[in-house]
Every structure is written in C-alpha cells, then in structure tokens.
Design a protein around this ligand. Structure first.
Ligand SMILES: Nc1nc2c(ncn2[C@@H]2O[C@H](COP(=O)(O)OP(=O)(O)OP(=O)(O)O)[C@@H](O)[C@H]2O)c(=O)[nH]1
Ligand SMILES: [Mg+2]
Length: 280
C-alpha cells in the first residue's frame, strides 16, 4: 500500500524529495538530516493553524506531515489554509494526509511513519496537533537523538517537572506504567505515555510496519525494545491542550490502564516483530 497525499502541495508532493537541513547554516550536525514532524490530528481545526505557525517559527528546516484522522470539523481544510498562508515565513513543506475514516491515534501516527519511510526521511518527530508540545523543543529532541545514538528519544514531563503535568489518578496510572515498562525493558522510563518523540531511520522503518493501536505510546517502547532497538528520554515541558477537550475520560483512563498493563505483561512472552510484515 502506498500513501495517498491529499494536500495543499499535492502537486509538489509527488516530485518532492526531502532535502537535508542545509538551511541550518550554523555547522550543526542536524544540517545533514532530513526531518519530518508528524502531527496526528482528530478534530483539531481550532488548534492546527497555531501548531503549524509555531513549527514554522521554530523549525523552518523540518517538513511537516499533518495526519487528519477522519476529523469531522474541517481539520484538513484548516491545515491546508494554514500551509498556504503567504505570511508563514518559512521554507518547510506541509503535507496534509487525510484518513477517510477515524482509525485512532495509533493508525494516525503509523500513517506518519509510513510517509516518513516511503519518502526517505532520516528523523521523524511525533508532535500532537492540540498544542500541548512545544515547537522550540523539537530541535533539542532531535539533537538528543543524534548525541545519544539511540533509535528513539521521548520528551518526559517528569524528569525536571515544570509546566503542565499530570495529577491524581492519571498521574498514578502513568507512574505505574512507567514502573512496569522500566522493569520489562530494563531501562528507566519516566513518561511512557509521552507523545512527543523523535525516531531515527531504523525506528521509522519498524513503526511503518508495526504500530500499536489504542493508547500506543507505551507499547511502542516495548515494540522497539523487542525489535532490538534502543531509546532514551530527555526532560521537556508541556502545556495543557490549547482548545477542545481531552478524549481520556475517567472510564477511558481505567480501560487504558487495564489494556496497556496487560499488553506490557504479554510483551514479556512475545517474539521480535517480523521484518516482513506490511511489505508488499
Ligand atoms: N483522541 C484521539 N486523538 C487522535 C485520534 N487520532 C489522532 N489523534 C490526535 O492525537 C493527539 C493526541 O491525542 P489527545 O486526545 O490529545 O491525547 P493526549 O495528549 O494523550 O491527552 P490529553 O493530555 O488529555 O490531551 C492529538 O493531536 C489528537 O488530535 C483519535 O482517534 N482520537
Ligand atoms: Mg493532547
């Protein structure tokens, strides 16, 4: 299956080959990389222009793939309009990919990884479409990926806690998952549910073939470990979502805990993912 791009720059998209970040003229090793920021969106029409503006301001050297996961509020139209905005002073390319049905967050992120794999990006950064992640932190995240020599780096809200955190039962749930994942992977994980991550080429290729579905972030770490990959965390600050409501109600939170905890236990007995799955 190849990815159909429906976007403001669709005509450019077919001929577009990602360019290294030569636009970074400061001698950074980043200048050799082709980076795409994957922005999964479900009903984020009120937030996406703001997110794209911030990415344009802080990461003009990165392309952006907005994955509209079957939204009903005109998210792709809002993203296309923001991408066309002549006032957007940056050289990046914005691709808008739309699912015709809602697949859920895992499906949306995996479409982003398939896009990154097919188009040959070196690094893919996951970045939420609700305004929770800081565009200014993308470059340090990619630099950490290079400096640490791992397959994936996630931003953790809990290493140097500042800004928006988690409280009450949701915090307890994340701490429990962090403990379980750290035990199973034998790596210290403090924020397994963070959706702010940078992945290198090996992880991009893995996630293009395999990606967990509901509440996928924790399971993606386990998958990466089972495939022989490595990961690390770095401290980041996050905000609360800009507009709209969280999808994680109390009931869904409990369901998530049960599902992800079981998945962690099952992962202990699973064999490495097949290298052929998903290939045509
Ligand atoms: N909820 C939800 N989000 C999706 C879906 N597909 C893509 N997304 C996007 O995935 C990102 C993360 O989803 P959120 O609902 O904000 O989840 P979260 O950030 O873990 O939770 P909050 O901290 O409550 O915001 C957002 O940019 C969503 O728009 C989907 O089917 N459901
Ligand atoms: Mg969110």
């Amino acid at each position: 299956m190849s990815i159909q791009v429906q976007d403001a720059v669709a005509d450019k998209a077919e001929s577009h080959r990602p360019q290294p970040l030569g636009r970074l003229a400061d001698g950074s090793p980043l200048a050799r990389l082709r980076v795409v920021v994957i922005v999964p969106c479900y009903n984020e029409a009120d937030n996406i222009a703001h997110v794209l503006r911030n990415l344009g301001r802080h990461c003009p050297w990165a392309d952006v793939a907005v994955i509209d996961d079957g939204s009903r509020d005109g998210t792709s139209a809002a993203a296309r309009a923001a991408a066309r905005d002549p006032a957007a002073p940056d050289g990046r390319r914005v691709f808008v990919l739309r699912h015709c049905a809602n697949l859920g967050i895992g499906g949306a992120v995996q479409t982003g990884y398939r896009f990154a794999a097919e188009r040959g990006y070196d690094v893919a950064v996951q970045f939420d479409g609700d305004g929770q992640h800081r565009a200014a932190a993308v470059r340090p995240l990619v630099e950490a990926l290079l400096a640490r020599g791992v397959d994936q780096v996630s931003g953790s809200r809990f290493i140097n806690p500042r800004g928006y955190g988690q409280y009450g039962i949701r915090l307890a749930g994340i701490k429990l998952l962090a403990l379980l994942v750290s035990l199973v992977t034998r790596r210290r994980v403090t924020d397994p549910s963070s959706g702010f991550r940078a992945a290198g080429r090996r992880a991009i290729e893995l996630f293009a073939r395999h990606y967990p579905q509901d509440w996928p972030e924790t399971e993606a770490l386990l998958l990466l470990r089972r495939a022989g990959g490595s990961f690390a965390e770095m401290p980041v600050a996050m905000r609360s979502r800009r507009r709209g409501r969280t999808s994680i109600s109390f009931r869904k939170g409990l369901l998530m805990m049960a599902k992800v905890s079981l998945a962690i236990l099952i992962a202990i007995f699973q064999s490495p993912p097949s290298a052929d799955a998903g290939k045509e």
